[in-house]
Design a binder for this molecule. Structure first.
Ligand code: RB5
Length: 167
C-alpha cells in the first residue's frame, strides 16, 4: 500500500516536487501530478485525485499543494471520507490528526516557504489519531453528518437541516 499521496497544480508544483524528493526517503509515495509546470492546469483535478486515493484506501494520507491551499482543501473535502485542512502552523498540522483524524494536509506554496512546509508535513505524517472517547465521539458525529448528507442527496431521508430543526 502507498502510504502518502501527493498532488499539486501549477501553484504548488515546485513545492510538491521538493516535498516528494524529501519524503521518498521515508515513505512510499504516489505522485498524482502535476508532472510538468502548466500554468493552465486546474487544482480540482489534482485535489480530487489525492482525495480519491485516500478515500479508497490506496493511500493512508494525502498532501495537496496549490497556491494558497484553499482551493485544494475545498475540493478534497467534497470527497466522502476526506478530512482535509489547510494548516500553516505545526500545532494544527499534528493536532488536526490527533483530535480530528485529518487525513489530507493542504499547503499554500505562495504563502509559506519550503522549510516550514517540510516541518508541517513531518508533524502531519508522524501524528496519529488519539482515539480517546471525546475525539471518537466527535469524529462519529462528523461521519454521521456525512452519511446524512449523502442519504438526503439520494432521497433516502428528509432534508437533514429540517430534521435537525425538528429535533
Ligand atoms: C492557481 O493560480 C491558484 O488559484 C490555485 O493554485 C489555488 O491557490 C487555489 O486555491
Amino acid at each position: 500500500m502507498v502510504s502518502v499521496v501527493l498532488g499539486a497544480d501549477h501553484g504548488g508544483f515546485v513545492m510538491k516536487n521538493e516535498l516528494l524528493s524529501r519524503l521518498k526517503e521515508r515513505y512510499e509515495i504516489l505522485d498524482v501530478g502535476a508532472y510538468a509546470l502548466d500554468a493552465t492546469d486546474d487544482y480540482p483535478d489534482f485535489a480530487c485525485a489525492v482525495a480519491r486515493a485516500v478515500a479508497s484506501g490506496k493511500a493512508e494520507r494525502g498532501i495537496l499543494v496549490c497556491g494558497s491551499g484553499v482551493g485544494a482543501s475545498i475540493v478534497a473535502n467534497k470527497v466522502p471520507g476526506i478530512r482535509a485542512c489547510l494548516c500553516h502552523d505545526t500545532y494544527s498540522a499534528h493536532q488536526g490528526v490527533e483530535h480530528d483524524d485529518m487525513n489530507v494536509l493542504c499547503l499554500g506554496a505562495r504563502v509559506i516557504g519550503l522549510e516550514l512546509a517540510c516541518e508541517l508535513t513531518a508533524a502531519f505524517l508522524s501524528a496519529r489519531f488519539s482515539g480517546d472517547d471525546q475525539y471518537r465521539r466527535r469524529l462519529n458525529k462528523v461521519l454521521a453528518i456525512e452519511r446524512q448528507e449523502r442519504d438526503w442527496q439520494k432521497g433516502r431521508i428528509k432534508n437533514p437541516i429540517q430534521r435537525a430543526r425538528q429535533q
